[in-house]
Design a binder for this molecule. Structure first.
Ligand code: SF4
Length: 329
């Protein structure tokens, strides 16, 4: 049995301090995320190494467009989540309990090496609720020269985040909305905690952001403007993926109108150097262009990626330095 890293005792309860939800668990109670339990006064990690799915994906699927483009990455994730997004596009493994199998960190790293993966992506559901397992795998993977990628909602406390960041190479963090009300009402979360994660992580590892644009919920012009401004105030280098929503889980609003996605894309391009549309095909909106001379650097058609005008991390035409890690190219 693995003991959880971050918790304290309070009278007859254990308080989990891994994420801002601070579950207060009596003996026998399970955390909101399904990942830990108070077992006779000890916080036990119940999801350690428990894997519902494992696959080799293009890194573009995470989505990460500026981190070893065109490479494949072994991808896995836990069962459960510490948010309850009504529109969750992966709700089967994040919001319901599913069958899992045990895989040790050693085995996971060996699978990644044997399959020719550049590393391990902890994804599909929320990797921070798998903290101890991700931590152990990341350390081991790093020793073997593999990359570690997190695809996360960013809902984690500062201390555990700072402890794991030295082993993480890249993150795609969801920024679901720029309003606290949205996070409260539709995710049972808190915007400020996610913003803190983004601010801390930028500069410590490679960062890209994703915003799922949902019909009539977070597609208001003012909200979009605020979101773009907030990102650009941290850095205009951070790639932003604007993703099309489709009805899922408890959200039945119609799929996002492609015109709204494209308008958002054009607005974001005025302030941010790298903006992409996902889950929709609108010509050229998946390509990477040099922000200085507009040279086509990387062409993308679905998950087919062609490296065109970039060498190392520089534009071949004008020499502009491009944010990201491209050195395997
Ligand atoms: S990590 Fe899980 S158990 Fe801990 S506070 Fe968050 S939701 Fe609760």
């Amino acid at each position: 049995m693995i003991e959880g890293k971050f918790y304290k005792r309070e009278k007859d309860r254990l308080v989990c301090e891994l994420c801002p939800r601070y579950c207060r668990l009596k003996n026998g109670q399970e955390g909101f995320c399904f990942g830990r339990e108070n077992k006779n006064g000890k916080m036990v990690v119940t999801n350690y190494g428990r894997i519902p799915s494992l696959g080799l994906d293009p890194i573009e699927k995470k989505p990460l467009y500026h981190f070893y483009p065109s490479k494949m990455i072994l991808s896995t994730g836990p069962n459960g989540c510490n948010l309850r997004c009504k529109f969750c596009q992966n709700w089967q493994i994040s919001q319901t309990k599913v069958k899992t199998e045990y895989v040790s960190p050693d085995s996971l790293v060996s699978i990644a090496i044997n399959r020719g993966s550049i590393g391990i992506a902890y994804t599909y559901s929320e990797p921070f609720i798998w903290y101890e397992f991700v931590y152990d795998c990341s350390k081991l993977a790093r020793e073997k020269g593999l990359k570690n990628v997190l695809v996360t909602n960013g809902f984690i406390n500062e201390k555990p985040l700072l402890e794991i960041l030295p082993y993480i190479d890249a993150m795609n963090i969801d920024l679901k909305s720029i309003t606290p009300e949205f996070y409260k009402e539709y995710c049972l979360g808190n915007l400020e905690d996610v913003q803190r994660t983004i601010k801390i992580s930028f500069g410590k590892c490679h960062i890209e952001l994703t915003n799922l644009l949902i019909t009539d919920l977070n597609d208001d012009k003012k909200e979009i403007t605020d979101l773009i401004n907030w990102i650009s105030n941290i850095s205009d280098e951070i790639p932003l993926h604007i993703s099309r929503y489709f009805p899922a889980y408890k959200m039945h609003k119609p799929a996002t109108d492609p015109k709204k996605l494209y308008n958002f894309y054009l607005m974001a391009k005025k302030k941010l150097k790298y903006v992409y549309l996902g889950n929709v095909y609108i010509e050229n909106t998946g390509n990477t262009y040099c922000p200085s001379c507009n040279n086509l650097l990387i062409l993308r058609e679905g998950y087919i990626t062609e490296i065109k005008g970039i060498a190392g991390n520089k534009c071949k035409k004008c020499g502009e330095k491009i944010y990201g890690e491209f050195s395997l190219i």
